[in-house]
Design a protein around this ligand. Sequence first.
Ligand SMILES: C[S@@+](CC[C@H](N)C(=O)[O-])C[C@H]1O[C@@H](n2cnc3c(N)ncnc32)[C@H](O)[C@@H]1O
Length: 217
Amino acid sequence: MIKLSKRLQKIADYINKEDKVVDIGCDHGYLDIYLKNIDIKDILATDEKMNALQQAINNFKLYNVDINYVVSDGIKNVDIDNYDTLVIAGMGAYTIIKILQDINNFNNIKKLIIQSNNHLELIREFLNKNGYYLEDEEVVYEYKYYVVMKFIRSDKQINEDIIKYGIIKKKNINYYRSVINKYLEILNLVKKDSIKYNYINKLINGYQNIIERIEEK
Ligand SMILES: C[S@@+](CC[C@H](N)C(=O)[O-])C[C@H]1O[C@@H](n2cnc3c(N)ncnc32)[C@H](O)[C@@H]1O
């Protein structure tokens, strides 16, 4: 059985036996090999670059698994009607949102598992507006912090605070501290009292409030 990184394992933990999964931007294909190993029946590995997909194909051979694959920019070459779960991980928010903009074609997609390398708030906001509800998210530490988000098809809305700060969990207090440190570094590079400066300052205050509330409990 292939051993996944903590980040990929968290993604895999959000997938159930009956899910029909498209892994967009599969690269090495490790997630797909693991999913096959745990008997997930329908998996499609995709990547926009043939050389990335070739790595996956080589790994599928190495691990002796039979997994369907296709070269595709997002879902453009995917017969999406055959699937109900999308994984998009290890990319930046703007790339992910560009892929998600085909959302009108996602009618039968009941679950999205997203791990964006930045601007999580943009992903939460976009999906919240487009019929997906942030049901859960988990922070994983592996040399740095990653947030894995699980969205399900629902008209239920999340509020502005959740869009900005995510689902607050006491166990993530060190993550919130690390976010503050990252923003403080950025603040040093930004002109004082500019719009960006004030925006980042607000976010820092927001995270400080979260930490205070957690510490009070
Ligand atoms: C850093 S790797 C992440 C691999 C894997 N998903 C993971 O989380 O470990 C990002 C992959 O996404 C692919 N990618 C980037 N934009 C894409 C797009 N629009 N459609 C499909 N794949 C894309 C890249 O070619 C690359 O292989």
